[in-house]
Unconditional design. Structure first.
Length: 159
């Protein structure tokens, strides 16, 4: 069996599995990195006591949401995978999960940068916490748009 024959016979499931792996890994990596960045920044707030812990945790959890979105898309995409899927079907699944994979990674990193700045705002003026959350939610919007795009694409066809 040549490589081309292997690719034509098994390429669909390989491409779909690769896409599913990416949609879990990339937003997960971005969320883990982002949660770590915010956690590092928030740790400095705990020096004076833990009264700002809950508020800083909200900002940290927001940057972790992209990993969850990627996992949801992966679970949905698994429903489309079969061992006998064609190369075109596998390519479609791969393409359908890419919005969440790519946007999920970059929005998690970007959101953590905004939330880290929000930690600085929280340190200086606790009453301005709502503004920090709103800034962070603006970045979250693009992760949600990518989630919806991937869900729509995955539900467009059935194999």
């Amino acid at each position: 069996m040549t490589f081309m024959n292997f690719l034509l016979e098994n390429g669909g499931v390989v491409l779909a599995a690769f896409g599913i792996g990416l949609v879990v890994a990339l937003p997960g990596i971005g969320s883990a990195r982002g949660a770590a960045m915010i956690g590092e920044a928030a740790t400095g707030l705990m020096v004076d006591g833990g009264e700002k812990f809950g508020k800083s945790l909200i900002l940290q959890l927001m940057a972790a949401s992209q990993g969850l979105y990627g996992f949801v898309v992966a679970i949905m995409a698994l429903g489309s995978v079969s061992l006998d899927m064609s190369l075109q079907q596998g390519l479609f699944v791969f393409a359908a999960v890419m919005p969440m994979a790519i946007v999920g990674y970059y929005s998690a990193i970007s959101q953590s940068e905004v939330a880290t700045a929000g930690i600085s705002l929280l340190a200086k003026n606790e009453d301005e916490m709502t503004k920090a959350i709103i800034y962070s939610v603006m970045v979250e919007t693009y992760a949600l748009l990518a989630l919806v795009a991937s869900i729509i694409l995955l539900n467009t066809v059935s194999f």
